[in-house]
Design a protein around this ligand. Structure first.
Ligand SMILES: Cc1cc2nc3c(=O)[nH]c(=O)nc-3n(C[C@H](O)[C@H](O)[C@H](O)COP(=O)(O)O)c2cc1C
Ligand SMILES: [Mn+2]
Length: 502
């Protein structure tokens, strides 16, 4: 299901009892953040919050703002228009297994997949809700000057209800920007969520870390000495933001993936001042550019590690235009000590792409990144083990897959262990390992945000084989049997307890 706008998504959340409206004015300087932090940490991720009167520098913003809209399993499913995100995983599995159908049922299933894939191709449109209001920086020449909806005016980022999230943050940060860029050589498009610190009404930082696709595109422009067009979108169908946060297999275009997820092709419109296209139904578009070589200190920022990320130099984004819907809503999030909203974004990605992991590693049964690990610090994976050292083979495989390279600790357990039950995983880890025999330490790139490694971006990672040991793994004793009560005894006690409490 596709949402026509961010507001339709908010309406759906409200109807499902998943949204709370806040009608009192609340300051964007720490107070919305403090409120949202409490909400995100309440059982199950709390509710989405719509602040109708965000206060910026003592004035009520012209735009309402929404936060925690994807911060629970239920809201993630609603965002993606499904009952359970496993439905999408099943679809992906079907596509991966695409082969001549062996019976009619399978044939129909494949056909349906095919149609959805056709839907995935974006279309270009001329009229766009996201350009109902167009404000162009003076001196910039806009395309299609004949347009009727052109508004004179001075675009200013300070008009948006942008949060200062944590007390020692270096300023206000746009936290859910969908940053659209293009590879100048191949033309390949990319969308990633990279936070943007506001410097002034027309300038921000562009925090794409060195391992990210935006940074790679940037490097191509820098090498050519060319100004890099960058379009930042906010809002629209929530699948756009989800796709932009998902570490997609390289080469899978976020816009195509969005079309697949929403079962409707994304309508794209050309920006007014730069040569890029963006989804026509988003709430805001910040058009601009990054100048090769220009760097500026960014931060500090209260990050999803639970710590402040220190000041570092990052590229600078220069605004050339703001276009927006007349009734735009500003979407945002905050990150911090887990659990926070972003856990659910990451969790959904793992659940959706489990079939891709399983295709590469058929022994994988289930996998999760528990919230305590803040994405990259901790991975639990269960496998059906057949041969010695298979747990190590799986670790090395994961460390070689895209952003899984950052995984600091990987714990491999047997298939009968529920990886979503952290207590059960820790029990297996403690009970089944001899540290010298069952661990491995490797070198790999580290997440830029990880403050623990001595040097930024590089570090060691550790794998634990907490599976039951086979003979060929150096274990020479018989593996003991795990305790289990008989079914008969359990049934009899059920009856006895019923009687005792009657
Ligand atoms: C709320 C949120 C904020 C994020 N902020 C950043 C950021 O500032 N810089 C960054 O490099 N990645 C950030 N990420 C992670 C990227 O969006 C993620 O790695 C994504 O897969 C990058 O896309 P890419 O592979 O196309 O570069 C953030 C993710 C979330 C959920
Ligand atoms: Mn990407």
């Amino acid at each position: 299901m596709a949402y026509r706008s961010f507001r339709t998504f908010l309406d759906a959340l409200e109807q499902a009892g998943e949204l709370r409206r806040v009608v009192v004015p609340v300051d964007t300087d720490l107070l919305i953040s403090a409120w949202a932090d409490r909400e995100m940490k309440s059982p199950g991720g709390g509710k989405a919050l719509l602040f109708e009167q965000p206060i910026v520098d003592g004035k009520t913003s012209a735009f309402p703002m929404a936060i925690n809209t994807m911060g629970s399993r239920r809201r993630m499913a609603l965002a993606l228009g499904v009952t359970e995100v496993e439905e999408i995983a099943q679809e992906i599995q079907l596509i991966l297994k695409a082969k001549p159908p062996t019976d009619l049922r399978e044939g129909f299933a494949l056909l349906k997949q095919g149609i959805h894939l056709l839907h995935a191709r974006p279309k270009t449109v001329k009229d766009a809700p996201c350009q109902e209001v167009v404000e162009i920086v003076q001196g910039m020449t806009a395309s299609e000057p004949s347009s009727t909806n052109m508004t004179a005016g001075k675009p200013s980022l300070l008009d948006l209800p942008i949060l200062k999230c944590w007390p020692k943050d270096g300023g206000r940060f746009i936290t859910l920007p969908n940053v659209h860029t293009r590879d100048p050589e191949t033309g390949a498009r990319n969308v990633g969520v990279y936070r943007m610190q506001i410097y002034d009404e027309r300038t921000t930082a562009m925090h794409w870390q060195i391992h990210k696709v935006g940074a790679r595109h940037g490097k191509r422009y820098y090498e050519r000495g060319e100004r890099m067009p960058v379009a930042v979108t906010l809002g629209g169908d929530p699948v756009y933001t989800f796709a932009a946060t998902a570490p997609l297999p390289d080469g899978l275009d976020e816009i195509l993936f969005s079309g697949f997820l929403r079962r409707k092709s994304v309508e794209m419109v050309r920006c007014r001042t730069i040569d890029l296209e963006v989804p026509a139904d988003v709430d805001f578009v910040l058009e601009g550019y990054v100048q090769p070589g220009e760097m500026r200190p960014e931060g500090p920022f209260g990050d999803h590690t639970g710590f402040y990320t220190a000041v570092e130099d990052y590229p600078v984004f220069h605004l050339t235009a703001i276009t927006h819907r007349r009734e735009a809503v500003y979407p945002t999030t905050i990150v911090g000590v887990p659990p926070m909203e972003d856990f659910y974004l990451g969790d959904t990605t793992v659940r959706i792409f489990l079939p891709v992991f399983k295709m590469n590693f058929p022994e994988i049964v289930d996998m999760t990144l528990p919230p305590e690990g803040v994405f990259h610090n901790l991975v639990f994976v269960s496998i059906r083990k057949q041969y010695p050292y298979q747990a190590f083979k799986v670790m090395h495989g994961l460390w070689g897959m895209g952003q899984m390279m950052f995984s600091k600790y990987i714990i491999v357990v047997d298939e009968d262990c529920d990886v979503h039950n952290t207590s059960e995983v820790i029990f297996r880890l403690c009970a089944n390992t001899d540290p010298a025999r069952d661990t491995t330490i490797i070198k790999n790139p580290s997440d830029s945000l990880d403050h623990a490694p001595t040097e930024q971006n590089i570090g060691s990672h550790m794998g634990f084989d907490a599976t039951r040991k086979l003979q060929g793994e150096g274990y020479r004793r018989p593996w003991p049997e795990r305790l289990k009560m008989t079914e008969e005894a359990k049934k009899l006690v059920d009856e006895l307890q019923r009687k005792a409490s009657a």
